[in-house]
Ligand binder design. Structure first.
Ligand SMILES: C[S@@+](CC[C@H](N)C(=O)[O-])C[C@H]1O[C@@H](n2cnc3c(N)ncnc32)[C@H](O)[C@@H]1O
Length: 319
């Protein structure tokens, strides 16, 4: 099923379907109007997400709704159209106002859906960069003279009035879980090769759901193995006693994902995760070797262990 407001887009989609031997239902209409009352296992959207004053110059780019209202409306409608366990993935842009963190606004939108969510900001552009990007994209920047200048000024004035300090661009993945209070993770990934593919997003959401469903006792009884792609980065400062490690970051080489910060016990513990023995035994051995209290050590390291599993840095080994 594919929908669009533009009949030409639907005609081209029909041609694409025929060329690929596919049979798609194509319906004309805005947002979810053409699918009222229907639910799906997967919804994907590359919406007209470009943030502007609401003037509609290009239908592929401008929704006609001022600011980032289109993406917000799209997100607000998604849950009602997802089957339980269903996934939605969309590209989106969001306004970042002066004196605010990018996570606030988009974080509120996705929390409002009640779905589990992974928001990845791939880039944040300042207003001038953003306007330049889309004027080049549309070819308007090639136009000569006052037209482009006026357009640019109008667009930048709008951002000024709205106190926009930047526009975040990224990918949002949602999954409709059992509860209507979803878990939301907001990441900033800017590295080359940090692509958020469908399978990667699905794997992240499943791993995170596993960690949320596992009790501490279950986790301690589980054997864990460190991913072969895990890399530990350390930062040390020199002093009278030689080098002192001040930061330990575990990350996955060649894949998207935030880093997990570890303390020295977390570092030692994860380094020993070969999948051979349950986590509890690893903790007992580490505690005994350093004269520590095993129960307190467990409480201290379990949160990072959960994050490392969700991030694909540690894998539970099936029995
Ligand atoms: C960035 S283009 C994406 C085109 C194509 N679906 C793709 O992914 O390559 C955005 C599309 O959204 C359509 N569109 C604009 N406003 C819409 C609305 N209110 N409801 C549904 N589609 C809309 C435009 O006609 C355009 O085809």
């Amino acid at each position: 099923m594919a929908t669009d407001t533009n009949p030409r887009a639907l005609a081209l989609a029909a041609a694409t379907a025929r060329l690929n031997g596919r049979h798609w239902q194509l319906r004309e209409g805005s947002l979810f109007e053409p699918v009222a009352g229907e639910r799906f296992d997967l919804i994907v959207s590359n919406p007209p997400f470009v943030v502007g004053d609401g003037e509609r110059r290009f239908s592929y780019r401008d929704s006609g709704i001022a600011g980032d209202g289109f993406c917000r409306a799209l997100l607000a409608g998604i849950r009602a159209h997802l089957n339980p366990g269903g996934t939605a993935q969309l590209l989106a842009n969001w306004i970042v106002r002066e004196n605010s963190d990018w996570r606030e606004r988009v974080g509120e939108w996705v929390a409002g859906t009640g779905c589990d969510a992974w928001v990845v900001q791939r880039e944040i552009a300042d207003p001038a960069e953003y306007v330049g990007l889309w004027l080049r994209d549309s070819g308007e920047a090639d136009g000569s003279g006052t037209g482009v200048r006026e357009l640019t000024e109008r667009w930048l004035d709008y951002f000024d009035r709205e106190r926009v300090r930047g526009i975040g661009m990224g990918v949002i993945t949602l999954r409709r879980g059992d509860s209507d209070r979803g878990e939301v993770t907001l990441d900033e990934l800017t590295g080359v090769g940090d692509d958020v593919t469908g399978p990667e997003a699905a794997a992240f959401l499943s791993r995170r759901a596993w960690t949320l469903g596992a009790s501490d006792a279950h986790l301690l009884a589980t054997r864990l193995s460190l991913s072969e792609h895990a890399v530990l980065e350390q930062r040390a400062l020199a002093g009278h006693q030689g080098w002192t490690t001040v930061l330990r970051l575990l990350r996955r080489e060649g894949g998207p994902g935030a880093t997990v910060q570890l303390d020295e016990w977390g570092q030692a513990l994860l380094g020993g995760c070969t999948g051979a023995v349950p986590l509890q035994l690893q903790i007992d051995l580490l505690a005994a070797a350093h004269g520590l209290d095993a129960a307190r050590l467990a409480v201290a390291v379990l949160p990072s262990i959960r994050v490392a599993i969700a991030r694909g840095l540690l894998h539970p080994v099936p029995d």
